[in-house]
Design a protein around this ligand. Structure first.
Ligand SMILES: Nc1ncnc2c1ncn2[C@@H]1O[C@H](COP(=O)(O)OP(=O)(O)OP(=O)(O)O)[C@@H](O)[C@H]1O
Length: 251
């Protein structure tokens, strides 16, 4: 079997007596969308923080792309291809959508920020940026300052910025938060288009989006993963229904 791109073994963290992540075992396979769902306060944000390196673990091991990254700082994990998107504003509002992506491409090539003024003239960067914008349905917004894009378009732009860094795993932290129905549908469509090409760990409250996108779902309740399985298995699990999904998930 192919090695997972991300593996968490026995990861745990407590704040005093509160076990926020409680001996979590989880893996993400190459090309898989693995969603983590759970009620408010279940520990999802903490888990994402531990994976990205923003938060230290109390114990356990995090292996990314074959390397033990448990003690590695966030920037080294990012450099190794672990990209966190959403709930972090990476967009520069004064710059156009194209410039925002071009800057991410430029950063990947190791140039420093002070060359910013050369970006507009660099055709290769602009073409690369346009390719990503096209991929995410934003080609017609290339010249628009990022700050005046709609909320859903900003989310798509954040995704373009993440993808421009050629990640091996995308950590998607509530990408649908604050988006309307139409924009959520659009983002689901965009992510569906990327399916199979990138491994993604998706934390999301919108169950419609989760069940439409995920290959597997893990359910986190009080810091503990109570089930991992296909959307069908999760929907049919009596334990999950009782602990979390309730009638809504059964519908
Ligand atoms: N720095 C902290 N100190 C103490 N308790 C914390 C801290 N950070 C989080 N917690 C607690 O840990 C628990 C898990 O929080 P976390 O934000 O990870 O949950 P979540 O599943 O992401 O919730 P939501 O779905 O509402 O975003 C909560 O009870 C929270 O109050």
């Amino acid at each position: 079997m192919t090695e997972p791109i991300l593996r968490l073994q026995d990861v745990h963290k407590a704040y005093g007596a509160l076990k926020v992540t409680d001996h979590v075992n989880l893996d993400v396979r190459p090309g898989e969308i693995h969603a983590v769902i759970g009620p408010n306060g279940a520990g999802k944000t903490t888990l994402i923080g531990q994976i990205s390196g923003a938060l230290a673990v109390d114990g356990g091991t995090i292996t990314f792309d074959g390397q033990d990254v448990t003690a590695k700082p966030m920037h080294l994990r990012a450099r190794a291809g672990l990209s966190r998107s959403f709930q972090i504003t990476e967009i520069l509002p004064e710059f156009t959508a194209r410039e925002n992506v071009a800057l991410a491409l430029q950063a990947r090539q190791g140039h420093s920020f002070r060359f910013i003024r050369n970006v507009a003239r660099d055709r290769a960067l602009n073409e690369g940026a346009e390719r990503w914008l096209g991929e995410l349905g934003l080609a017609h917004r290339a010249d628009t300052p990022a700050g005046i894009l709609s909320h859903g378009e900003k989310r798509a732009l954040e995704l373009a910025i993440s993808l421009a860094t050629e990640p091996k795993l995308l950590l998607l932290d509530e990408p649908m938060a604050g988006t309307g129905r139409e924009e959520t549908d659009r983002l689901v469509e965009v992510l569906t288009g990327l399916k199979g090409r990138y491994a993604m760990l998706l934390v999301e409250h919108d169950m419609g989006a989760v069940f439409a996108l995920a290959d597997r779902i893990s359910v986190l309740v009080y810091g503990r993963i109570i089930a991992t399985g296909t959307p069908e298995e999760i929907r049919e699990s009596a334990e999950v229904r009782e602990a979390y999904l309730g009638e809504e998930g059964a519908a």
